[in-house]
Design a protein around this ligand. Structure first.
Ligand SMILES: Cc1cc(-c2n[nH]c(CCNC(=O)c3cc(-c4ccc(F)cc4)cc(O)c3O)n2)ccn1
Ligand SMILES: [Mg+2]
Length: 214
């Protein structure tokens, strides 16, 4: 049967990127998605905003919701201080299988823990699975209708602390209106919008950065 889009993306990485070089994995994926086949990675333009927030926060504990092929996983992990772990959750086993190989190709596997399953099931298990008390940084890039229920779950599970940073992709396209309304109006958050574009296109999209005030 025909290969899947993630498999074709992995093949491009294995063919063109330098093994053990995260930046070359990132550049190869961006080139492939811009010139061969679009894919739902956060991309280079929003990726630069993601990089600046990760560097600013310099998190000791980080969570990514929605691994897909591992592009943003590699982007985040390459900037983490030594000894820091990025936990990334992926629901789709085919995406997870490709992500594991892209992560390994980048050489960052020791900084990343990829867990398969639904965010709603896994978030309440973070303490018992990883001994995590709270997350300094959370990147939301999974099902758009799960952003709001999942931050409420993070609050209930006391996985956020004063100053925890949430960064959400796709708040305009595909859009997460209920999430935006909540973080922009709740006294629990201070929120800021970073205008950008949907990956590899001219369509408007952006990232919403929200600080948990506790
Ligand atoms: C743990 C867990 C994980 C998941 C989960 N894992 N992986 C995902 C993928 C989610 N991402 C997207 O759907 C997405 C879509 C677009 C898009 C598509 C088509 C268009 F025309 C325009 C834009 C653009 C993007 O940047 C996106 O991120 N969900 C789900 C549940 N639980
Ligand atoms: Mg996205």
């Amino acid at each position: 049967t025909r290969s899947t889009r993630p498999q074709r993306l992995l093949r491009a990485v294995q063919k063109k990127a330098i093994k053990g070089d995260p930046q070359s994995v990132i550049s190869t994926i961006d080139y492939f998605c811009r010139h061969s086949e679009w894919a739902m990675n956060v991309g280079d333009e929003k990726g630069a905003i993601l990089d600046s927030v990760v560097c600013e926060v310099s998190p000791s504990t980080a969570l990514e919701l929605g691994t897909y092929c591992g592009y943003s996983t590699v982007r985040i992990a390459r900037l983490l201080p030594p000894g820091t772990k990025l936990i990334t959750l992926e629901f789709n086993p085919d995406y997870a299988a490709v992500a594991r190989q892209i992560i390994e190709y980048s050489g960052l596997q020791d900084k990343i823990c990829l867990v398969e399953g639904a965010s709603g099931d896994l978030i309440p298990k973070m303490q018992e699975l990883f001994g995590i008390k709270t997350f300094d940084f959370v990147f939301l890039d999974h099902w758009k209708d799960r952003y709001l229920p999942d931050i409420k779950l993070l609050e209930e599970c006391q996985l956020l602390r004063k100053g925890s940073i949430l960064l959400a992709d796709n708040v305009i396209c595909p859009g997460t209106p209920d999430y935006l309304e909540y973080v922009r109006n709740s006294p629990l958050y201070e929120s800021k919008y970073f205008k950008s574009h949907l990956e590899y296109t001219k369509v408007e999209d952006g990232l919403e950065k929200s600080v948990f005030l506790g």
